[in-house]
Design a protein around this ligand. Structure first.
Ligand code: NAD
Length: 470
């Protein structure tokens, strides 16, 4: 997947095992065209270079940065200091599989920026993980934490694997090896991971245990999204979705949309998507379509969300949900994104709405539960079409906000009630939404540009105050 692209990679395993080139310089890779990220959509309709760039999440993240940097009139030096990821590490993790075979898994950890606090960002377990994807996700984490004003920088990790095809033993070995090989990058004051696509609280528990064993101390604050029994926070499981619902309610109020009976379509039915469905159904909204890796399911009278959640608990995916008589299956799952709805929630992966399908998107609010579900160009098109986008770095920030509260609880050793956690989270997100909304009005820019303006301004100020150590 990285053919033709030579990132600057530092390996804690030392030279010889991987190409060692030292830390990234602020402008690394500026002249190297990145490889395109994998996409599920056809690229044939577009000129090749444009298509390659449109589907590269890191290119998209950088374009989003540029749009806001223009509004802020940042100097070249300011841009040099905060635009690029500072550290990108690749390791090959050897794991003994259940059949005795030893397999090597490619894994990454990226620190984008740690000016405002320790790097914060999940670990993705997915077959399509690439370095550019992890760099994009780390970039978005820096600006997400800054946008909602929590004291973290941005990081992200990924392991190229299909967690659904690994046994529990294999998954545990892979997780522990990840912690061990990237050990020096982590720490409660250095880099605090969390779950992302394909990872869950159990994986965070193995992470916390491995790190603590190496460190010879009890270290719950090194990772968030843990089970409650070992220092997880009340409310963390549904936090991302709750944040989506809080920000969606605010957007609906601004647009005069009543959530009761509002038509909602949700792509992705994992942690973020399934909780969004049940929380919005509780608000009285009508969930008319849901989807996951098995396909998309529609019922215009409203899907029975409880039945869908039970189905996934039993079968791991929504496969055959239509046969149970609850919904009809769409021939092309991407058509879910084009249904006539009031609220569309992409909650799966990047690059789902592109210049190809953006003209057919018919929603009033696009609530980005996923990171980077819209390419930058598609997002500009949707804004022109009058779609109100709640950008990912604001919309899905409920997860990292409760992760922050979990980290605070771990560090103080005092644990809060669910009500206290969620009240604090809502206060943080409400303030962030109001700030971004006011900024979008002030500069007459989209909510996405405004969210980046708010965030980049905070990172730039901190960089200025701390100064450059040289
Ligand atoms: P998850 O692994 O729990 O669920 C992902 C879901 O997407 C699964 O239902 C999967 O089947 C589905 N999916 C995968 N490919 C798909 C496709 N092509 N079409 C339709 N569905 C597809 O992951 P998650 O934690 O819910 O994360 C989803 C998104 O939300 C990601 O972009 C992630 O970065 C973002 N996010 C998650 C959190 C969190 O706390 N979990 C926080 C912030 C952002």
């Amino acid at each position: 997947r990285l053919r033709g692209y030579r990132p600057v990679i530092e390996s804690p395993l030392g030279p010889g095992l991987l190409t060692q080139r030292g830390f990234t310089s602020p402008n690394h890779g500026a002249n190297q065209p990145p490889e395109p990220a994998k996409t599920q959509l056809s690229e044939t309709a577009m000129p090749q270079t444009a298509a390659r760039n449109e589907f590269n999440p890191f290119v998209n993240a950088q374009l989003q940065f540029d749009d806001a940097a223009k509004v802020l009139k940042l100097t070249e030096n300011q841009i040099t200091l905060i635009k690029e990821p500072r550290r990108a590490v690749e390791c090959k993790l050897p794991v003994r599989m259940d059949n005795g075979e030893i397999r090597l898994f490619t894994a990454y950890r990226v620190h984008h920026n740690i000016m405002r606090g320790p790097a914060k960002g999940g670990i993705r377990f997915h077959p399509d993980v690439s370095l550019d994807e992890v760099k994009a996700l780390a970039t978005w984490m820096t600006f997400k934490c800054a946008c909602v004003n929590i004291p973290f920088g941005g990081g992200k990790g990924g392991i190229v694997c299909d967690p659904y095809k690994l046994s529990r033993n294999e998954l545990e070995s892979l997780t522990r090896r990840y912690v061990s090989d990237f050990f020096e990058m982590f720490g409660p004051d250095r880099d605090v991971p969390a779950p992302d696509v394909g990872s869950d609280p159990q994986i965070m528990a193995w992470f916390m245990d491995t790190y603590s064993m190496h460190h010879r101390d009890h270290m719950p604050a090194v990772v968030t999204g843990k089970p409650l029994e070992i220092g997880g926070s009340q409310g963390r499981g549904e936090a991302t979705a709750l944040g989506v619902v809080f920000t969606t309610k605010k957007a609906a109020r601004a647009l005069g949309i009543d959530l009761v009976d509002a038509r909602v379509a949700i792509q992705g039915f994992g942690n973020a998507g399934s909780h969004c469905a049940s929380l919005l159904a509780k608000e009285g909204a009508r969930i008319i379509a849901i989807s996951d890796i098995s396909g998309a399911y529609v019922n215009r009278d409203g899907i029975n969300v409880g039945a869908a959640i039970d189905h996934v608990k039993k079968n791991r995916t929504l496969a055959d949900f239509d046969r149970a008589g609850y919904a009809e299956k769409l021939a092309n799952p991407l058509e879910l994104l084009e249904l006539d709805v009031d609220i569309l929630i992409p909650a799966a992966l990047e690059n789902q709405i592109t210049t190809e399908n953006a003209p057919r998107v018919r929603t009033r609010i696009l609530a980005e539960a996923a990171n980077g579900p819209c390419t930058t160009e598609a997002s500009r098109m949707l804004t022109k079409q009058g779609v109100f986008i709640i950008p990912d770095i604001l919309c899905n920030a409920g997860g990292v906000t409760v992760s922050y509260l979990e980290w605070v609880q771990n560090r103080t050793g005092y644990y809060w009630t669910r009500e206290a956690v969620l009240k604090d989270m809502q206060r943080i997100l409400d303030e962030a939404f109001d700030n971004v909304y006011a900024t979008s009005k002030q500069h007459e820019v989209s909510m996405r540009v405004a969210a980046f303006v708010v965030a980049i301004d905070r990172v730039a100020r901190v960089s200025e105050i701390r100064g450059l150590y040289a």
